[in-house]
Design a protein around this ligand. Structure first.
Ligand code: FAD
Length: 415
């Protein structure tokens, strides 16, 4: 396809999801010229519906908090966990870190459109149905090739590129930056239902994470929305799917049927939406930045959905990158490794320690431990609320050691 024109912008953001919308709005608010290129038309479905409190700090920084609060999303004040007859609920309002005590559970089609519309209202140009198809970072300034819906292409020169393309992983693919994830291959099957959930102790203000009674590495999310519906999904490793039906609806129902507490919670649900699946989502990269670019959100690393940390990490990376890029564009010397990659990874690694502990069972023992001290529950609660960068929290500053200590205490008390 011949290239018909060449355009030039200060900052080009790839993708209008949460990372892209927040980064673009922040740079625009600081007076920089920003263009978002988005492959799809909005609204569009996305997985990742349970938010953490910390992500609202970035929504607020981007001047979008009033709009999000007025949108009628489901209020969320914590996370609840169930395993057989064990039940444990954490309230974000009782956390150790100072921060927002609550957040929302959102249909991402609506939420992502709201953020993108807010960015556009603030002055960010968004070009929907245009896709970045190649990138050249060898010249003095990066040049991206953009393909329009009709197949025509143009070249886009950028002072700096922020890749917020999520699972599209545009620059990791084009610049050979992909690296294997440490996590095994897992898969999720999920749908939305008319839930009709009545039974206590179900709390609509919390995500419910249920553990399979036989396989502790198999877990379910139940994320209530404000319209009487909820998102219901199961996550399991590839081998756990071997004896399950291929049909996705039947597969999801089969996992739920094996889990009495959840089966009972959902006994009146109306299953009116075909299930979907996503697998092999854990991903990593060799670097988070390079000359003329930085990677945000899922375009960089994605760990695991169990603690609903994806959107929070995406927004945190967007805020950190936007603030550093602002300094760079104003002519200051900046250090992307020390002021972006290393501090961002610190919080990601905190989540990683607890995700690993979830799947090896140690963190589940801590979560369901009946006699845990309120101060310890407060520290865990803050991590579950997304405050995984607060180094004053000992469970953030030395997650592995603290988790090991707690596991030993739980094992000692149980024996
Ligand atoms: P996205 O939201 O994926 O946005 C990227 C955008 O880039 C898309 O709109 C896409 O169309 C666009 N794009 C892609 N390629 C191109 C291209 N070539 N050119 C132009 N545009 C392009 N997170 C949570 O916080 N809470 C949860 O409860 C949660 N549950 C999850 C459950 C599962 C099973 C999985 C797999 C993930 C879950 N996540 C959750 C993670 C969450 O989905 C992501 O972390 C989050 O959506 C990342 O946001 P983003 O802005 O980085 O990317």
């Amino acid at each position: 396809m011949p290239i018909t024109d060449m355009q030039s912008r200060t900052v080009v953001v790839i993708g209008a999801g949460p990372a892209g919308a927040i980064a673009a709005a922040l740079l625009n608010r600081k007076g920089h010229d920003v263009l978002i290129i988005e492959r799809q038309a909005f609204p569009r479905f996305s997985i990742g519906e349970s938010l953490l409190s910390h992500c609202l700090d970035f929504v607020e920084e981007a001047g979008m908090l009033d709009a999000v609060q007025a949108a009628g999303f489901q209020f969320k004040n914590g996370a609840a966990f169930a395993c057989g007859d064990q039940y444990s609920a954490f309230d974000f309002g009782e956390g150790f870190s100072q921060g927002k005590p609550s957040t929302f559970q959102v249909q991402r089609a609506d939420f992502d459109q709201l953020l993108a519309d807010q960015a556009a209202l603030q002055g960010v140009e968004i070009r929907y149905l245009q896709e970045i198809v190649s990138a050249d970072f060898n010249a003095a300034q990066p040049v991206l090739q953009v393909r329009r819906e009709d197949g025509s292409q143009y070249a886009l020169q950028a002072g700096f590129v922020l890749d917020a393309s999520g699972y599209g992983r545009v620059l990791p693919r084009l610049l050979d930056l992909e690296a294997p994830s440490d996590f095994p291959l897992r898969r999720a099957v999920f749908t939305h239902v008319e839930d009709h959930i009545q039974s206590p102790p179900f709390d609509r203000n919390k995500i419910l994470v249920s553990v399979h009674p036989e396989h502790r590495d198999v877990w379910f999310w139940t994320i209530p929305f404000s319209n009487g519906r909820c998102s219901q999904g199961v996550v399991a490793s590839a081998e756990r799917f071997k004896d399950k039906p291929e049909d996705l609806d039947a597969c999801l129902r089969a996992f739920i049927d094996e889990t009495p507490s959840l089966r009972n919670t959902l006994k009146d649900a109306v299953w009116d939406t075909p299930a979907r699946t996503i697998g092999g989502y854990a991903a990593n990269v060799k670097t988070l930045h390079g000359p003329g670019f930085a990677l945000l959100g899922n375009a960089a690393e994605f760990l695991d959905p169990v603690f609903s940390s994806g959107v929070t990490i995406a927004m945190r990376s967007a805020s950190m990158a936007a603030n550093l890029l602002d300094q760079q564009l104003r002519g200051e010397q900046v250090d992307w490794e020390n002021d972006f990659a290393i501090p961002l990874k610190r919080g990601v690694d905190t989540f990683r320690a607890y995700v690993e502990g979830w799947y090896d069972g140690s963190f589940q023992d801590v979560i369901f431990f009946k006699d845990s001290q309120p101060e310890i529950r407060a520290m865990i609660s803050s991590i579950l609320a997304g405050y995984a960068w607060d180094l004053r929290n000992p469970f953030v500053s030395e997650p592995k050691r603290r988790l090991r200590m707690l596991t030993e205490i739980c094992a000692g008390e149980a024996s």
